[in-house]
Every structure is written in C-alpha cells, then in structure tokens.
Ligand binder design. Structure first.
Ligand code: ZN
Ligand code: ZN
Length: 484
C-alpha cells in the first residue's frame, strides 16, 4: 500500500458506491494511505498507526481492509492494556517495546500510567467502532459485505502470470505425465497462453489467458492427470468420529482430518474445524495456502509470489456481493499466522489483509470440491471450462486427489475442457451461466451455451410471432404495438 497508484485503477469494494469520491479527495486519501503504511512499517506496534490507516481505508471504501486494520489496532491496544496491569512494566516510545521499571520509578509512574491507560482505552474503543462501522450486518452478525476487486497498489508482477510461472507449471505437467501416471509415455498435456474470444469487460490482458492442451493423441477414457494437492480442507469428523461436523452440517469420517499422518502435531488444524463449523473446508483451504507459502518461501516474502498462488487468477464478477466475517476471515487467519505460522502480523507486510483478500478471491475462482471438502489443485485448476467438456474429473475420498480422464478420442493440440460444476449440466443456459459465477467473469461462451442461447432467442421470436398471428392476446413486451 506504500506504492504510488494510478487513480484509474481504483475500484472501491464497498457494494453501494452511490456518490463516487472526487479525484482530488481520492488523491489526498491515497497520499495519506501511503504515509500511514510507512508509519506502520516504522512503528508496527503502535495501535494508533493501524487505527488511522483503517479510517483512511474506510474512507476509500474498502470495508474488509478497514476491519483488518481496526482489528489489529484493537488487538495491540488490548495487549498494551494487559501489560499495564502489571505495575512493573512501562510502555516504551510508540509502544514498540516494554521496559522493566526500577522500584521507585514504578511508584512515581502512577499518574503517567493512568493517562496511558485512558489513552489505550480510548484507542481500543475507537478501533472497535471502526470495525463495527464496516460490518454492515452488525449487530445481528459480525459480518460485512464487499465486492471482490483488484487492489490498485498490487505490484504488477503479482497481477499476471509471468513466463517463469508457466515454466514451473509445464515442468509439473511433464513430471505428472511421466511419474504420477507411471505409464512410461511421458507428457500428455501442457499449458500455454491462449487468447480466446474477447474479455467481456475489456479489462484483462488477453496474454494472461491460459489453456491446457493435449501434447499427443489421447485414447478415449484414459487417465490424463492424477493431481494431488497440498491445499485442501474438509469439514472433518464430529465428536467421537461421527459424520456430523462439530457445528452442524456434514463432515467426513476420517479421524485425523483435516490433518495428514505425515504432518507434525504442531500443525494440528482441528481447532480451525471446530471454530468454523460448516465452513471449515473453505477456511482450511485458505490456511493451507498461507502455510504452503510459509513452508516453502519463509515469512519474508509476499505469499502472492508462491508458485501455487501466483498461477491463479481471480474472477471479479461486477455485480456479485460477498460476505466477510470478522471471526472467520479476519481474526482466524491472524490467530493462525501468529500461533502456527510464526508470522509477526504487525511488522510483516507480506501477510497484510489485502494479501489475504486477494488470495481468498483466487481460491474461490479456482478451487473445486463438494459439500464436505474443498481442494485447490495445482494443475487441474488451470483447465478451462466448457458445458460440453471433453474430459471429466473426480475428487477422491482423500479430498486432495483429482483424477482427470478423457471422454472421447483427442487430437494432439486440442484444448482440454472440464465442466466445473457437473450439477449444472442438466440446467438451461441461463441457470448454467448464473451458476458459473465463481469461475467465469462473464457469461459462459462455450459452444453449447452459444447454441442454446441462439435456440432460445429463436424460440422467443417464434412465440412472439405466434402471439401476433393468432391474436391470442399475448403481451407485447416492448417496442411499438404490432399492426395486425
Ligand atoms: Zn475429511
Ligand atoms: Zn457453457
């Protein structure tokens, strides 16, 4: 957030942006945002720096980010207040450190201590107010509403997929064809840049459109890919291994899920399952994405640069409004990062709330699953969608292995299409397009959709004509009344 931005890239995430901010006001707010972000870098444990930036983010109409900063301000003020209760400690300048006081100093310090207590109390209250102001559904729910948008300060290297990301993916495809399938025939498919059609919003550079293509002829009903993921989650078993989730909804019966036998007990994720109930699978996928970034790249790197996250693009459907929850989307990832990720959530800018929000948008547009489990597959997520797919897929019982098989015979060079949501297959074109909002930015433009759209259009025209010719009194739904 400390980068200069192009104001043309600014898109607020607040759902009702009725009176757009004028450009001069916007420029001032973004200047403030940059300065406050630098203040945070210099004094990360000062609750007031977080509160001030949170207020700027609210004015810039990013409710989910304002809540993130307000939450951190409240946390810091609360922790400082707790420290004050113990008379032996005094607060260092801008709260960056604690000092052990001499005995006489501790007594003289009483008045200053009281002033500091009042100041921190006030900050904590304001931080709470900032959070509540941005939770639209509060007090009934501690939830806010927002639209998913690209943040204008996103560094360009994270905004689209570079050649290095493509090279990594193609090495994985090569590896998968040769090793995972153990069929000795080597690579079966590869990914490449493939600009098809026109981006409906005219916003995405078409060079960033990828597709998966057959690199050789593929026989009908053959296995193309066995894709195992590290980023997965399930609603897990309930108490005493029941099939119910702890907090309602269905779970699975695997006693150690959502952990794996190979995992260290220090990374026991069952508390997340208990805290998030029937949404556990989605929260767990998100935590595992953060964990992957930390395990592979350490904590001093932006998690958006991790190859499993850098390969994903998000969808930003224009009209879709999402909910975010203070408990599950803000407090939970911060607690996870502090307790199990070893991340200093105040001093480390690589795990800021805007990074969370960007990762969660990418997961939403690329993961697959069922009501019990969710999985972000490293290679499968790169397949494009068609409502008449030439490959089919299945998520195994382990919740993290996706197997892709061909339907009919395929030529070398042919693009492989999957159907993202098989439950939509029997629906009409309108329902299908509506149901695909998570994965496709505009209406699905596959062959079947275009054909059915044309047929429907034709039917509508026929019906109108029928009504006119037979004079059945059908309502004319627009334009001039027909002359009979
Ligand atoms: Zn499970
Ligand atoms: Zn379609």
């Amino acid at each position: 957030m400390d980068r200069p931005i192009d104001l043309h890239d600014y898109q607020p995430t607040l759902p009702d942006n009725l009176n757009p901010l004028d450009p001069a006001e916007l420029a001032t707010l973004f200047d403030g945002l940059r300065i406050q972000t630098r203040h945070i870098a210099a004094h990360p444990y000062d609750p007031n720096t977080w509160l001030q930036r949170g207020i700027t983010l609210m004015k810039l109409r990013y409710p989910e980010l304002a809540v993130g900063d307000g939450y951190k301000a409240g946390l810091l003020a609360g922790e400082a207040l707790k420290g004050l209760g113990d008379g032996k400690w005094g607060l260092g300048a801008r709260m960056g450190f604690w000092m052990l006081l001499e005995d006489d100093e501790a007594e003289e310090d009483g008045w200053e201590r009281e002033m500091l207590r009042r100041y921190l109390d006030g900050l904590q209250r304001k931080a709470r107010e900032l959070v509540e102001q941005n939770l639209e559904l509060w007090p009934a729910f501690e939830e806010g509403r927002f639209r998913r948008r690209k943040y204008p300060w996103m560094p360009p290297e994270f905004a689209s997929r570079g050649d290095e990301v493509l090279r990594v993916i193609n090495d994985e495809f090569k590896d998968n064809g040769g090793r995972a399938l153990r069929n000795g025939t080597g690579q079966i498919c590869s990914v490449r840049r493939h600009a098809f059609g026109v981006d409906p919003n005219g916003e995405k550079p078409t060079h960033d459109v990828l597709g998966v293509f057959a690199t050789r002829e593929i026989a009908p009903d053959s296995t193309i890919l066995i894709d195992q993921s590290r980023i997965w989650g399930c609603n897990g078993p309930g108490a005493a291994g029941s099939l119910e989730n702890l907090n309602g909804g269905m779970g699975c019966g695997e006693p150690i899920h959502p952990n794996l036998p190979s995992e260290d007990t220090s990374l026991d994720l069952r508390w997340i399952r208990a805290a998030t109930g029937k949404n556990a699978r989605c929260s767990l996928v998100f935590m595992r994405a953060l964990l992957c970034a930390i395990q592979d790249g350490g904590v001093d790197r932006n998690s958006l640069s991790h190859p499993l996250i850098a390969r994903l693009t998000p969808c930003y459907p224009a009209e879709r409004i999402h909910r975010f929850s203070l408990a599950n989307d803000i407090a939970l990832p911060h607690t996870f990062l502090r307790t199990q990720g070893g991340v200093d959530i105040f001093a480390n800018p690589f795990f800021d709330t805007w990074v969370f929000s960007t990762i969660s948008s990418r997961i939403l547009s690329n993961s697959c699953g069922d009501p019990l489990a969710e999985c972000l597959s490293p290679l499968f997520s790169l397949f494009n969608h068609s409502c008449e797919p030439n490959v089919r897929w299945e998520l195994h019982k382990d919740h993290r292995t996706v197997v892709v098989r061909s339907v009919g015979r395929m030529r070398a060079g042919e693009q492989l299409f999957v159907e993202y949501d098989a439950f939509l297959s029997g629906e009409g074109v309108g329902r299908r397009r509506e149901g695909l909002w998570r994965w496709l930015e505009g209406p699905c433009g596959c062959g079947r959709c275009l054909r059915e759209e044309e047929e429907e259009e034709g039917r509508r025209v026929d019906e109108k004509m029928e009504g006119v010719e037979l004079g059945k009194g059908k309502e004319w739904d627009g334009g001039e009344k027909p002359v009979l």
